[in-house]
Ligand binder design. Structure first.
Ligand code: NAD
Length: 280
């Protein structure tokens, strides 16, 4: 019989980018479910301060570990620290990621008279493009390779990656981030198939528009008013609002639970209906 209200307290999770906005909501959600967690982040003090705050509040064992998801040495060091402090892990949540401002075009479309070349795709700094591909794609692949190895051969294991709406259809202005998240979705499905003979499942969450730091610089003008672009986003979100990071936690816990034990290779939108809506 499948347990729907299982006790998840025997689990231990690793959460990359865990000191960010969505990571913080995830870390709280994991701790409140009793899942012992290692918060990994580039920013060591943020990860450690957050871990202490959550552990004090929830009583669940949470540790903060410095880790650069783009460095094999750094992930291996984190892995050793996690093994020593938390023991075996049951899940990996790859939350480090984000858009690179230098791979963002000012214009949504190139004008027919070519008057805005610099503001178009042709003005993009290739290093920003590379940065975005690295952080989102390799920053998911490398932890899966090093930390995911520890999941294989255990009783059960779940990897959850973070994709985005722009993986289904690219959003204007952010070609690198769109391509990178599309690759994250594709890699999620690839790894799910590859690991299917083991007990390790691999899925992704595709958040819609959440009012986080990354979104704020795009969504509001200097007067704090919602830009026309984000007015359009809300007009295309049937629930007509931005998401709260806490609203991603239920899907995460589901994907880590026995309740989803036959679920692998899925990309689950949590988006207020954005991806379902044609705009008409
Ligand atoms: N904000 C949204 O609406 C939204 C929508 C769709 C997807 N996402 C995705 O959700 C995830 C979290 O987004 P967020 O808004 O919480 O971002 P955030 O910027 O608040 O958090 C990202 C965290 O990752 C850490 N980080 C950056 N580079 C790192 C590296 N090399 N190694 C380890 N840690 C690193 C940062 O220090 C930061 O704490 C990202 O993958 C993002 O692309 C966000």
């Amino acid at each position: 019989m499948l347990k729907t209200n299982e006790d998840q307290t025997s689990q231990a999770a690793v959460l990359t980018g865990g000191a960010g906005v969505i990571g913080t909501a995830f870390a709280y959600g994991l701790a409140q479910a009793g899942i012992r967690t290692a918060i990994l982040d580039l920013d060591k003090s943020k990860a450690q301060d957050l871990a202490k705050e959550i552990a004090d509040e929830t009583g669940t064992e949470i540790i903060g570990v410095q880790c650069d998801v783009l460095s094999i040495d750094s992930i291996q060091d984190a892995d050793a620290e996690i093994a020593e402090q938390l023991g075996p892990i049951s899940s990996l949540v790859n939350c480090a990621g984000g858009n690179s401002p230098s791979a963002t075009t000012n214009a949504e479309k190139l004008s027919a008279d070519l008057s805005n070349l610099e503001d178009s795709f042709f003005g993009i700094d290739v290093s920003g493009f590379r940065q975005s591909l690295d952080l989102n794609l390799l920053g998911t692949v490398l932890p899966c390779s090093i930390l995911g190895k520890r999941l294989v051969g255990q009783k059960s294991g779940s990897i959850v990656n973070i994709s985005s709406m722009n993986a289904f259809r690219p959003l204007t202005r952010i070609p690198a981030y769109s391509a990178a998240k599309s690759a994250v979705s594709n890699f999620t499905q690839w790894l799910a198939v590859h690991l299917a003979p083991t007990t390790v499942r691999v899925n992704a969450i595709a958040p819609g528009f959440f009012l986080t730091e990354q979104l704020k610089y795009l969504a509001f003008d200097e007067n704090g008013e919602l830009t026309p672009r984000y007015q359009r986003v809300l007009a295309n979100t049937p629930m007509a609002r931005f998401g709260e990071p806490e609203e991603l936690v239920g899907t995460l816990l589901y994907l880590l639970s026995e309740g989803s034990r036959f679920v692998t290779g899925t990309i689950i939108p949590v988006d207020g209906g954005f991806s379902a809506y044609s705009g008409v």
